[in-house]
Design a protein around this ligand. Structure first.
Ligand SMILES: NC(=O)C1=CN([C@@H]2O[C@H](COP(=O)(O)OP(=O)(O)OC[C@H]3O[C@@H](n4cnc5c(N)ncnc54)[C@H](OP(=O)(O)O)[C@@H]3O)[C@@H](O)[C@H]2O)[C@@H](O)CC1
Ligand SMILES: Nc1ncnc2c1ncn2[C@@H]1O[C@H](COP(=O)(O)OP(=O)(O)O)[C@@H](O)[C@H]1O
Ligand SMILES: [Mg+2]
Length: 291
């Protein structure tokens, strides 16, 4: 199945060393869009993870009702309020996202966003942009995509999709219980669209249809709410530093899992939280030079 369709696993990509006279502008401007009342923490985890993964500047665009909450979680990112209603983003939010995305170099969308008309408008707007800016879709951005009959035609090589098996079932129609068939569908989608699919799980599968890899890091302690939100931010941070799309996905899932393994050594699998992943990202990045 998958092995016959794909080439040998590529070597782990690396970030280039930083020039001594470089500045934050050299490390990219990430715009993350998501969150909603009751799920403000998700997009904050993503934004903090982008900072811990090396992005130069990170801005989080959230429903107005969440702004103070999200801003209070971390001093290191900036926040922007988008038009909202009681359920999350309001329809007018999409045009504001289009404006904001002009000054960003990497876009990430979905954690905690919910799936109303406003969220769907944002996803469609991001997909329709004539742009080669990398774009990561997670969680409710994927759920919005799955409500579009022609979702595959909306994908492009600049995009990374990070579904868990339930989200991939909604998109691809392939049952979450059939991992092999889900991986095969991910390869087919990569081939057809050029997008990179990160099918999450205990051995996360990364494919762009031409290259594929199974991740070797991570542990079941990471089966805890918010772990995937952290991955979204890690990927955006790596893309912001100039890694190509597939390479950012490959390195990102490895570092994310390594952070989980280091966190499990420190707090154990049972107590491991997404906040622990954030705290162990620095050691995970520092350990890469041993690879
Ligand atoms: N702190 C916060 O604010 C947080 C906010 N969050 C936000 O919550 C929103 C909803 O996201 P979600 O992932 O929790 O729910 P959903 O998309 O319905 O998926 C679950 C469905 O998929 C199925 N499933 C099958 N296999 C699976 C697998 N291996 N891994 C996972 N699921 C699997 C599963 O099947 P079952 O469990 O019934 O077997 C079930 O049917 C989203 O916006 C997210 O960003 C979270 O990030 C948490 C922290
Ligand atoms: N048993 C496991 N072994 C390794 N990694 C896991 C395991 N369970 C979950 N993970 C990782 O944790 C993350 C969970 O993502 P997701 O389901 O989107 O969580 P959330 O939406 O709550 O943030 C993924 O990166 C997944 O690979
Ligand atoms: Mg998730």
């Amino acid at each position: 199945m998958v092995n016959e369709m794909t080439t040998r696993s590529p070597a782990l990509p690396q970030l280039a060393p930083r020039d001594a006279d470089s500045h934050k502008g050299d490390y990219g401007r990430v715009l993350l869009i998501g969150g909603s009342p009751g799920m403000a923490g998700s997009i904050s985890l993503s934004a903090s993870a982008s900072i811990r993964s090396g992005a130069g500047l990170v801005t989080v665009a959230v429903p107005r009702r969440c702004l103070e909450t999200v801003a209070g979680y971390d001093r290191c990112y900036m926040t922007v309020a988008l038009p909202d209603d009681l359920k999350g983003f309001y329809e007018l939010a999409a045009s504001r996202v289009a404006q904001l995305s002009e000054s960003a170099t990497v876009l990430g969308c979905g954690p905690g966003m919910r799936t109303g008309v406003g969220a769907e408008g944002i996803v469609k707007t991001l997909c329709s942009q004539e742009s080669d800016k990398p774009l990561v879709f997670d969680a409710d951005a994927l759920n919005c995509l799955s409500q579009c009959d022609d979702w595959k035609s909306m994908l492009a090589p600049r995009m990374i999709l990070t579904p868990h098996p339930g989200e991939w079932e909604r998109l691809s129609g392939v049952a979450a219980s059939d991992r092999k068939a889900q991986e095969a569908a991910a390869v087919e989608t990569g081939k057809a669209t050029g997008a990179t699919i990160v099918l999450k799980g205990s051995k996360t599968f990364v494919t762009d249809g031409k290259k594929s890899v199974h991740n070797s890091t991570g542990n079941p302690g990471m089966a805890s709410g918010g772990s995937g939100d952290v991955l979204t931010g890690v990927l955006c941070g790596l893309l912001a530093q100039g890694l190509a799309v597939f390479e950012a996905a490959h390195l990102g899932v490895f570092v994310h899992g390594r952070a989980g393994d280091l966190a499990a050594e420190s707090v154990g699998q049972i107590s491991l939280s997404a906040s622990d992943l954030l705290q162990h990202l620095p050691a995970a990045f520092m350990s890469l030079s041993d690879q």
